[in-house]
Design a binder for this molecule. Structure first.
Ligand code: ATP
Ligand code: MG
Length: 337
């Protein structure tokens, strides 16, 4: 089993990014058996498909690398890298562009959603984005890719590209590409804003009080939890009692996600209590959980050399792993090198 998964590099990482995305990587890594392997990459090449600020992309990539390591991705057990240091991704995309069909890409719902009515004004990269994703997984003979609902169509496309390439250019007994299977990532909690239970916690919310950031120190975390919006009622003893109480539900959901238990179990303990008791308990739990993460995160951000070394090492391993498939692809296409 070989698993490949990517994440867009962004800054201002928050609790939602941790519980909703990065923690799943750590769990996948920890579930790997002997002989199995996880490759995790920062999708910086994907980030240039939309208008972007170069300084922000640069900072965001380093921040995301520091965050995933701080959250528990072990660069000695998993291969962690950014695409820009593994040129095989961009090369493979070009090689696959010969096989991908315009019609296939035109049918991608993400393209239709992101381009809207202004298709003519979009970058070629946005249109060809799913081919880069196909390259990301096909390069490594990946067997399994964790994909949410919104990415299923892109994985199907990767399989179609692999199949057509194998049919058109490879011998029947010597396929160049493995067809990757989708695996459903474990259901992750959706964390809402601390100021408004109907909006998700997000790095682009102008209010810092709306989110707990991975870089926050203990006092800041406590202050944000205590100031979080709530209602005057005590907590119910069953989940049904949280209907229509979005802010209360969010705080209980956060507690359950961080403690790795269920909303019911949290209510079993705190049902009947007011927020005067629940908020300090939640704050303590968050401080204890985030302390090692934020310490390591801030250390890594202050130590560029260590961070560069982690990414360089991962990139060198990824280049090594990608080489045979990349060579076989050039060769199958008849390219002289
Ligand atoms: P933006 O506001 O710019 O969209 P964001 O805070 O939503 O930023 P993203 O970069 O879009 O962050 O998401 C990174 C990863 O974190 C994605 O896998 C996304 O599903 C996850 N994620 C983001 N916000 C939350 C949240 N509030 N709860 C759970 N998961 C989240
Ligand atoms: Mg988002």
């Amino acid at each position: 089993m070989r698993v490949v998964s990517g994440i867009q590099p962004t800054g201002n990482l928050h609790l939602g990014n941790y519980l909703g995305a990065i923690r799943n990587w750590v769990r996948m890594q920890d579930d790997m058996q002997d002989g199995e392997q996880c490759l995790f990459f920062l999708a910086d090449l994907h980030a240039i498909s939309m208008p972007h600020d170069p300084a922000e992309l640069h900072r965001g990539t380093l921040e995301m690398a520091a965050a995933v390591v701080a959250c528990g991705i072990d660069p000695h057990r998993s291969i962690l890298f950014n695409q820009a240091q593994v040129p095989a991704h961009a090369e493979m995309q070009w090689l696959l562009n010969g096989t991908a069909r315009m019609g296939w890409l035109n049918r991608m719902t993400q393209w239709k959603d992101k381009a809207g009515k202004n298709r003519e004004g979009q970058s070629v990269a946005l249109f060809a984005y799913p081919v880069l994703q196909a390259a990301d997984v096909l390069l490594y003979q990946t067997t399994h890719v964790p994909v949410g609902e919104d990415q299923k169509q892109h994985l199907e496309l990767a399989r179609d590209i692999a199949q057509k390439f194998n049919n058109d250019f490879a011998g029947e007994d010597t396929p160049v590409f493995t067809l990757p299977e989708a695996i459903t990532p474990p259901q992750a909690a959706r964390i809402m804003s601390l100021r408004d239970g109907s909006k998700k916690m997000s790095k682009s919310d102008p209010s810092e009080m709306s989110r707990i950031e991975l870089a926050d120190d203990a006092d800041t975390v406590m202050k944000k939890v205590k100031k979080a919006k709530t209602d005057p009622e005590p907590l119910p003893s069953e989940a049904g009692g949280l209907v229509g109480r979005a802010e209360a539900l969010n705080l209980v959901t956060i507690y359950a996600a961080v403690a790795d238990t269920t909303v019911e179990a949290v209510l079993g303990e705190y049902g009947g209590e007011g927020f005067g008791k629940f908020k300090p308990a939640l704050g303590e739990l968050l401080v204890e959980t985030l302390r090692p993460i934020s310490t390591r995160f801030n250390e890594l951000l202050d130590d560029r050399e260590a961070l560069d070394a982690i990414l360089a090492r991962g990139a060198s391993q990824a280049r090594e792993l990608a080489r045979p498939t990349l060579d076989a692809t050039y060769s199958a296409l008849g390219l002289v090198r």
